[in-house]
Design a protein around this ligand. Structure first.
Ligand code: NAP
Length: 277
C-alpha cells in the first residue's frame, strides 16, 4: 500500500519547515513546498539531520498558476493527496490611518486568498482520499490584536472560511481543522520587518505602538519552538478524528478560551487596551 501524501505550504522556515520534517518522520510522503526553491537549504539540512526524505517543490500561494502546477505534478508523480497543511503566511504591523488600502490587500492576498487558492486546487484530491485539510491560523484569528488589523482580519477570514467549509467538506469525507499557535520562535517576527524607528514614524500612534512592540517582545520571550507547534500539526494529521479547532500551546488555549467566553467583547478589549497603554 502506498504511504499517505501530505502537501505543506511555506516550508522554507519556522513551523512549515518543522511540520515537513515531523510529517515525514511520522511516515507521510511529504511534499514540502516553498515559493523560492533557492531558499530550501535550511529545509534540506533539517531533513538530512532527521534522516528523512522530502519532495521539495515550488508553490507560491499568491500565484494560482504555481499552485495548479504543483498540485498537478504531485498527482502525476504520487497519484494521490491525503492531507494539505495551509501554513504559508506573513505577519504585518500597522494601523489603517498610517497605511494604504493596498497594503491591507497584500496581507489578505498572502494570508487569506492564498489559503483559498490552495484549498480550491486540492479539494477534489482530498475528496478522492477522504483526506484532511489543516490551516495554520493564529490566536490572532480569534482575538483581534492592536496594530494587527490587516493580519488579524486575514486570519479571522481563514477561520470563518474554514468553519463554514468544515460541515460541507465533511459530507464528502474531508476533515477540516484550524491550528491556532500563540507566539512561536520562527522567522515570523523578523519577516514582519518592523524598523527600529517604527514608533517614531507612527505619528499620534507612536506611544501606543512603542508599548505594543515592548509587550510583543516579552510575549515572544516565552514563545514555543517551531518543532513543538509542528508536533500539534502532526497529531492532527494522524489523530483518529481531529477537532475542528486545535491550539498548539497552553498560552494559545488561554487566549482562545477567554475570547470564546467574552460575549460582549469587554474582556478582550480590557486585555488588549493594556498592551498599548
Ligand atoms: P516564518 O518562519 O516566517 O514562515 C512563514 C513561511 O511562509 C515561510 O516559509 C515563507 O516563505 C512562507 N510564505 C510567505 N509568503 C508566501 C507565499 N506567497 N507563498 C508561499 N509561501 C509563503 O513564520 P512561521 O511562524 O513559521 O509562520 C507559519 C504560519 O504560522 C503562518 O501562517 C503564520 O501566520 C502562523 N503563525 C505564526 C505565529 C508565530 O508566532 N510565529 C503565531 C501564530 C500563527 P519565504 O521564506 O519565501 O518568505
Amino acid at each position: 500500500m502506498s504511504t499517505k501524501v501530505v502537501l505543506i505550504t511555506g516550508t522554507s522556515s519556522g513551523i512549515g519547515l518543522s511540520a515537513a520534517v515531523s510529517a515525514a518522520r511520522a511516515g507521510f510522503t511529504t511534499i514540502a513546498t516553498l515559493r523560492d526553491p533557492a531558499r530550501a537549504d535550511a529545509l534540506r539540512k533539517a531533513a538530512e539531520a532527521a534522516g528523512v526524505e522530502l519532495d521539495i517543490r515550488r508553490l507560491d500561494v499568491t500565484d494560482p498558476a504555481s499552485v495548479e502546477a504543483c498540485v498537478a505534478g504531485v498527482i502525476a508523480d504520487h497519484g494521490r493527496l491525503d492531507a494539505v497543511v495551509n501554513n504559508a503566511g506573513a505577519g504585518h504591523v500597522g494601523t489603517i490611518e498610517n497605511e494604504s488600502v493596498d497594503e491591507v490587500r497584500k496581507v489578505m492576498e498572502v494570508n487569506f486568498f492564498g489559503v483559498v487558492t490552495v484549498t480550491k486546487a486540492v479539494m477534489p484530491h482530498l475528496r478522492a482520499t477522504g483526506g484532511r485539510l489543516l490551516s495554520v491560523t493564529s490566536v490572532g484569528g480569534v482575538v483581534g490584536q492592536p496594530f494587527n488589523e490587516a493580519y488579524c482580519a486575514a486570519k479571522f477570514a481563514v477561520e470563518g472560511f474554514m468553519e463554514s467549509l468544515a460541515p460541507v467538506a465533511a459530507t464528502v469525507g474531508v476533515t477540516v481543522t484550524v491550528i491556532e499557535p500563540g507566539a512561536v520562535a520562527s522567522e515570523f517576527v523578523a519577516n514582519v520587518g518592523v524598523e527600529d524607528n517604527a514608533a517614531a514614524q507612527a505619528g499620534v500612534y507612536g506611544p501606543a505602538l512603542a508599548n505594543y512592540l515592548g509587550r510583543t517582545r516579552s510575549a515572544f520571550a516565552g514563545a514555543q519552538t517551531s518543532e513543538a507547534a509542528a508536533e500539534t500539526i502532526t497529531e492532527a494529521l494522524t489523530a483518529g478524528r481531529p477537532a475542528f479547532r486545535v491550539q498548539t500551546s497552553e498560552a494559545a488555549r488561554g487566549f482562545v478560551v477567554a475570547k470564546l467566553a467574552d460575549l460582549d467583547g469587554s474582556l478582550v478589549q480590557t486585555a488588549t487596551s493594556a498592551w498599548v497603554a
